[in-house]
Design a protein around this ligand. Structure first.
Ligand code: ATP
Length: 313
């Protein structure tokens, strides 16, 4: 992957009256990568995307997209960036083919080039059979794929997709993600996508930025994020025992390597700096409790999600 920067955000901030929707965001996206903006609803992902496109004005900070400031030159950015919003709007009573040709005309692409690209793109997104049917007969997954073809017809340098998999069935999601990955690999196209679905993002993103309440709290490849976020307590033990009382909890917490214990009924999540399964089992048994399950857990997306998105910070 070539690692020059294609999107650069520096201290980007957007306030809506009292609310800071995006809070001093500093971030670089490299040419040719798939970057995921990951965060729960309301985290500020859409607002960030709108500023990247010149569709919302930042309160403070700097943006460069392909070396251009979209706030001042939104039309030039529009030529270089394809944007697939959460809800794709098509002319429903026109066919997929007609919609693509219409978009091409708006982008001043000659009819012969447009027809060639539309044919190729419809094939690529698996819509050749449906090309001449009205869009109103398409499923949401098909519309998203047509949306991809629609933004690709102008051959953009970057594609930005806002929650592209929302409302699509699992098979449709799989097809769409495969397609995005394929476009990225074949054309070296930079992809920025937003999502609240960690598992989907993990499947295709080279790097992700974790957004919570307008702030970027971590950035990097998911594997590195996990080890970075958990470097103080890299071991997680999942234990089921009965009964769990205060005395037992205190005894576990006093182990020198244990950093944190979370309790959900009889299930304990024990975070520690070292492997302590034998010691923990010993403590439980010596307290007269019955140990029914003990498992060392690998850190992954679920723990990140739990720690950052579900208020476990
Ligand atoms: P979602 O996935 O729900 O779209 P998001 O991460 O994209 O979430 P944003 O849509 O960027 O989040 O919203 C960030 C915050 O800014 C939210 O609290 C939202 O209510 C607020 N917000 C967004 N647009 C406006 C607006 N035009 N006026 C006032 N507040 C807004």
């Amino acid at each position: 992957m070539i690692s020059d920067t294609i999107i650069e955000l520096n201290g980007l901030t957007k306030k809506y009256e009292q609310l800071t929707a995006v809070d001093y965001l500093t971030l670089s996206v490299h040419r040719g990568e798939i970057f995921g903006l990951l965060g729960p609803n309301g985290a500020g992902k859409t607002t960030t995307i709108l500023m990247l496109l010149g569709l919302a004005e930042p309160t403070a900070g700097k943006i460069e997209v392909c070396g251009i400031d979209p706030t001042f030159q939104p039309l030039i950015v529009k030529e270089k960036v394809g944007y697939l919003p959460d809800e794709v709007g098509f002319y429903e009573n026109l066919s997929g083919w007609e919609n693509l040709l219409y978009t091409a005309a708006l982008n001043r692409i000659t009819i012969s080039v447009a027809e060639e690209r539309a044919r190729h793109l419809l094939g690529q997104v698996g819509l050749t059979q449906k090309a001449h049917e009205k869009v109103q007969t398409y499923s949401r997954g098909m519309k998203q794929r047509l949306g991809l073809a629609d933004i690709l017809i102008k051959e953009p340098e970057i594609i930005i997709l806002d929650e592209p998999t929302n409302g699509i069935d699992p098979e449709g999601v799989r097809e769409l993600l495969t397609l995005i990955k394929q476009l990225n690999r074949e054309k070296g196209m930079t992809v920025l996508l937003s999502s609240h679905n960690l598992h989907q993002v993990q499947q295709i993103c080279d790097r992700v930025g974790l957004f919570v309440e307008g702030k970027l709290i971590a950035i990097g490849p998911i594997k590195e994020l996990a080890s970075d976020l958990f470097k103080n307590d890299p071991v997680l033990l999942e234990v089921e025992a009965e009964p769990v009382d205060e005395q037992l909890l205190t005894a576990i917490k006093t182990n020198q390597y244990v950093t944190k214990v979370e309790q959900k009924q009889n299930c304990l999540l024990i975070f520690s700096r070292q492997h302590v399964s034998a010691e923990i089992a010993g403590i439980i048994v010596s307290h007269g409790a019955r140990l029914s399950h003990l498992n060392q857990h690998d850190y992954g997306l679920d723990e990140i999600y739990h720690r950052y998105f579900e208020g476990g910070m």
